[in-house]
Design a protein around this ligand. Sequence first.
Ligand code: SAM
Length: 237
Amino acid sequence: MPKLYIVATPIGNLEDISARALRILSEADLILCEDTRNTQKILERFEIKKPLLSYHQHSKIQKIDYIIDLLKQDKNLALVSDAGTPGVSDPGNKLIESALKIFPDLEIIPIPGPCALVAAASVCDFSMDKFLFLGFPPVKNKRKKYFEEILASKYPVIFYESTYRIIKSLGEIAVLEKNSGKIRQIVVCRELTKKFETIYRGPVEKIIKELEEGVVKGEFVVVVGPSDKSDMGEVID
Ligand code: SAM
C-alpha cells in the first residue's frame, strides 16, 4: 500500500525543519508542493534532490487524478505547503479526501512541525488551554459577523491575516469593542521565526498605533484573548 506523508516545513526559519521531515522528503518518490520555487529552496538548502509536482488550492481534478494514479503505481508521496503544516489554511485536505475515496486503506502519515497558529499560541500571556482557530477573515462579505463571533467567543480566538488587511481587521475589532465596552488583550505575531519577528501585546488600539509607527509588512497571526485573565479559558494559579 502506498503512503502519503503530510510534511510540515518551516514558517520562515529553515532551521525549524525536523530531522524526520528531511528524511521523509529525501525518501519520497515525489514531493507535492504549492509553489515549486519555494520548496526548491528548502530542498537545495538540505541537498535533497527529488522531483516536485505542484498541487495547490486551484489544482484541477485532472491533477488530483494524476496524483491518484501515482499512488496506484505504489509511489510514496510527500505533501508540503509553502510554509508550515499542510491542511492548516493550506491545500491538502481535499487531496486526502479524494485519495481516500479511491484507497480507503491509504496510509496518511502526518510529519508534524512548524505551524504559525501554534507558535502564536505558545507565546500568549493568557491561558490557551482552549481556543478557537478561525483561519483568514473573509475578504469582502460577512466580515462584521466574523469579528462579532470572535468578540463573542468565551475562548481565545486565533486568526491569520495578511499585510494588506491587518490594520483594517484590527480596526474593525476596535470599533466593535467600543460598542461592547469590553477591551480584549490581544497578541499580534508578525513574521514569526524570521528576521523581523515582532510580538505586539495589549489592547487593540495600542497595537494599531505601534504597527502604524513601524513598517506594516509581513505575515501576521492575531490572538484575541480575554478582557481580563479570569474572563475565559482555564486560569492557572
Ligand atoms: N499552513 C500554515 C501554518 O501551518 O501555519 C499557514 C498557511 S496560511 C496560507 C499563511 C498564513 O499563515 C499567513 O498569511 C499568516 O497569517 C500565517 N503565517 C504563516 N507564516 C507566518 C509567520 N512566519 N509569521 C506570522 N504568520 C505566519
